[in-house]
Design a protein. Sequence first.
Length: 323
Amino acid sequence: MPLKKWADYGACSARGLALCVLFSGWTLGQEAAGAKAGQPDTALSLRVDTTLVLIPVAVTDSLNRFVLGLQKEDFHLSEDNVEQNVAHFSGEDAPLSVGLVFDESGSMDYKLKTSQAAVAQFLKTMNADDEAFLVEFNDSARLSVGLTTHTDEIEDALKKAQPGGLTALLDAVRMGLAEMKKARNSRKAMVIISDGGDNHSQYTAAQIESLVREADVQIYAMGVFEPTLSLGLPPEQVSGPRLLSEIATQTGGRAFAAALTSDLPSVAARIAVELRNQYVVGYYPKNQTRDGKYRHVEVKLAQPRGMSPLKAHWRLGYYSPTQ
């Protein structure tokens, strides 16, 4: 089967994991020119709906390098422990819609300038067909720049950032998910730049984790953590790394920790490279029940000869459509 680009799978629902409904329809009819006067045309219409689940997968080797050149036969999928048939496969780059969620709370004080530099580094990797938006947060979350292809607007907005206040991280993630519903590209990702120490959100971690499981968005985190021991830090900052990791893992993304703020630009580059080097595998679920329930997905890789052990990163599941 020839490789397909993401654009081939254009109309995906906002709920679930790149969950698409492919429509095919046709009509059999009698032309009016050949019918008798006053006799209605006869027509038979048939419309078929088929659910296609698409899963972005990043593959790395034992040295954490991205592995390209794999084939469809190298991927094995299961849904709720039932083996699935890989129907679609792509290893091509495609336009991205990216949301940047930027922490400006007081705990980010001395980390702010390097965090701004990391965002600038990430934006340099974006292509002409990509789009991005910016959510800034401290005591509250605010959409500073809506979806745009002009990334200089985001850099200009961040230059005005001033650290201070508490940390409404979870509210900011929710705002980012809402803005992402307007995205025009099929591939969607959010990048959180924060120490993860939420202490002022209206939403709970459980509520946000439920939302990210439903959203068709990969979430990555650049964790700006203290290089010293956690002794003396407030509880929310101690639990920050775990919170960011849990949010990211649910979506097939990852949380990268920067033990030193000087590591942030390289972390930003790493996330950009991962987003550009992913496979997309798709299948028609054998369980066609439209019950709205969560389906667990597992990806296994065949081990090519002569290569170090491979590791796959993928979204852990999706919600099936409802009737």
